[in-house]
Design a protein around this ligand. Sequence first.
Ligand code: ATP
Ligand code: ATP
Ligand code: MG
Ligand code: MG
Ligand code: MG
Ligand code: MG
Length: 265
Amino acid sequence: SVQMAKSKFEYVRNFETDDTCLRNCYIVVRLDGRNFHKFAETHDFAKPNDDRALGLMTRSARSVMEELDDIVIAYGQSDEFSFVFKRSSNWFKRRASKLMTHVASQFSSSYVFFWKDHFADRPLLYPPGFDGRVVLYPSNQNLRDYLSWRQADCHINNLYNTVFWRLVQKGGLSTVQAEDRLKGTLAADKNEILFSEFDINYNNEPLVHRKGTALVWEKADETTTKQVRVLNEEKEVTVTKSRKRVSAHHCDLIGSRSGRSTPTS
Ligand code: ATP
Ligand code: ATP
Ligand code: MG
Ligand code: MG
Ligand code: MG
Ligand code: MG
């Protein structure tokens, strides 16, 4: 083999630490928007749910799945998105920092790149950032519980925010009064406030707000017609190709089959 030219500086590479993810585990990368409370204010996000912002998050996550290898499912809500790499992935030799930074930078650049498609008349005022972390889950049950945990978080926050902003926007309460009103209330109490005071059945609120967004790979047969020349004759033939594409779903990620009850407050 060819002798690599080595400089006397080469030894500094040995200061790099090994961050290989344990084999056979699901690798989950979760991103979260940096200081998005302020970012949402600055860019006039609708409260409690801005659908343009949710659409842009999903578009960016789609780009991550399409551009990077081995991601089998992604789940997002609010300013966060989780990406699950398949257990057998050997992408970048499972180096945590490589996986995490590729996800975070692909997501961030996509968020900026696709901004104008979602916020046509609203300029992006400063460059947003996202933090990332890596978590390993050794069993299917652990991964299911992870996804259930993020979806429960979505549910709890959305129920709270839905009542909170109703009380403020339609109920004439100040934000401080609304906060006081909701202190110590359970899910049933919040549902009751929505129903009796605002004629809202929480279960009829949009699924994308209540359940978040899951992205998975879906096989789709694509049929096209093609012109071919056979024995000097133009002929039309149909060609069917099986293609993979990312599809979005707003539903319970894990059915109650797993025997765990849904959150109550
Ligand atoms: P940190 O940097 O610690 O994550 P943060 O301000 O981003 O701080 P989060 O707990 O991540 O805090 O909360 C994200 C906030 O971003 C929400 O509370 C909400 O104010 C805002 N936000 C994110 N997505 C949307 C959306 N689609 N519509 C309206 N507001 C949103
Ligand atoms: P990897 O994803 O493994 O980093 P890479 O193609 O980015 O692959 P690098 O070793 O990082 O490989 O090399 C970066 C390459 O990008 C250079 O070899 C060069 O071809 C190109 N490049 C980067 N910056 C410039 C620049 N300012 N002008 C011209 N070419 C550049
Ligand atoms: Mg946070
Ligand atoms: Mg955040
Ligand atoms: Mg968040
Ligand atoms: Mg490079």
